[in-house]
Ligand binder design. Structure first.
Ligand code: SF4
Length: 381
């Protein structure tokens, strides 16, 4: 099998984050600050990534702005010819910080939003962030950089789809990604609370189609499908270790951000080996390349070259065996793990969005006090 080269690198600069979103797909056990890579190691990774063929760099986290070296990394990445996208909650994005990011050459900023209604947005984020996001959006637009936004959809905000789209349009966004929740990492803890009903989803899909026509080229709208309601899996990340790679805050090289949840694999670290040697030789990255690892029904299925058997992380999280067919697939012997969760979601009454109802109760990571401490002790401006 001829090995392809990665074109995108997700650099998880830190797992620390001021927000506590219940749909967070980062691992349930976050990597600690004292394990984070140094600036020098990140600078080496960028050079090695460019040498390996990477052309797109996504600086992500957690909140990447919690790292004071973000500008330095952007500057180096740009000098290596990489396109640099920074994904942020907007918390800590002051005018001065944004100026420095722009001077460093950042190409694109992607701002997250939790809901159109400020009270619901703050409740979902577990932090009073809505006003800061509004200010961050205005600052980004004022610099002339394109404003990209993303909203993770679930039971409590999917009913506000039109209001979300109108709000992002009014903030001057040029692109809005509407991503239905993927139940990895912390999101799996809140799956029962977050999963929308079939009725909600049908209404949202119809609304999305109508909005796409109405808005036209004013703002690009992207819809990321909810795989629990699909019959066949998506080719997750374009296939395991095929087109992109992720480096975790401590240096683990992963095929995707959720893969560290697969405890049966040992992921090599950039602190021990070069990125290129890991890409080509790592046992974990080679574990699910190609089709030889597949079990039935994937092994003899004609779709195996299109979807690669679906998502390995989901197979592991739900069945305990990453070699299994993604249970989203209707041919999977474990499909009931998905359909039972969908049935349970449809039996529960959907909570309407807005402030009239009692806010949904989520299982948040850590405490609000931890988050406040984090903001006071870390530089964000
Ligand atoms: Fe894809 Fe495997 Fe399902 Fe076939 S059996 S559609 S390859 S997940």
């Amino acid at each position: 099998m001829e090995l392809s080269l990665p074109y995108a690198l997700n650099a998880e600069l830190t797992h620390r984050c001021p927000l506590r979103c219940p749909y967070c797909s980062n691992p349930q056990e976050l990597e600690r600050r004292d394990k984070e890579l140094s600036t020098d190691v990140w600078l080496r990774i960028l050079e090695e990534a460019a040498g390996l063929g990477v052309v797109q760099l996504h600086l992500t986290g957690g909140e990447p702005l919690l790292r004071a070296d973000a500008e330095l990394l952007i500057e180096r990445a740009r000098s290596l010819g990489l396109f640099v996208n920074l994904i942020t909650s907007g918390v800590g994005l002051t005018e001065a910080r944004l100026r420095r990011l722009a001077e460093a050459g950042v190409d694109s900023l992607q701002l997250s939003l939790q809901a159109a209604t400020p009270s619901l947005s703050d409740h979902i984020a577990g932090f009073q962030a809505f006003d800061r996001k509004r200010q961050a959006a205005a600052l980004i637009r004022a610099t002339g950089l394109p404003l990209n936004m993303n909203v993770v959809l679930h039971r409590h905000n999917i009913g506000e789809l039109e209001a979300i789209v109108e709000l992002c349009l009014s903030w001057g966004a040029s692109r809005l990604e509407l991503a239905n929740t993927q139940y990895y990492g912390w999101a799996l803890v809140n799956r029962e609370t977050l999963m929308p009903t079939k009725e909600q989803l049908k209404a949202a899909e119809a609304s999305f189609d109508e909005l796409k026509k109405r808005i036209g080229k004013q703002m690009e709208l992207i819809w990321v499908v909810p795989d629990y309601y699909a019959e066949l899996p998506k080719p997750c990340m374009g296939g395991w270790g095929r087109i992109s790679l992720t480096v975790s805050p401590s240096g683990k090289v992963l095929p995707c951000p959720a893969a560290s949840g697969i405890d049966t694999l040992t992921f090599d670290s950039v602190t021990d080996r070069s990125l290129a040697s890991i890409w080509y030789e790592s046992a974990a990255l080679n574990a699910f390349r190609g089709t030889n690892w597949m079990t039935e029904p994937c092994r003899s299925c004609e779709r195996r070259f299109e979807d690669f058997g679906g998502c390995r992380c989901q197979a592991y999280l739900l069945t305990g065996d990453a070699r299994q067919t993604d249970p989203v697939c209707r041919l999977s012997p474990h499909r009931s793990l998905i359909s039972d969760a969908v049935t349970a979601a449809n039996e529960a009454r959907p909570a309407a969005s807005g402030s009239a109802e009692a806010p949904p109760s989520y299982v948040y990571r850590g405490s609000a006090a931890d988050r406040r401490r984090l903001l006071h002790t870390d530089r964000m401006d």
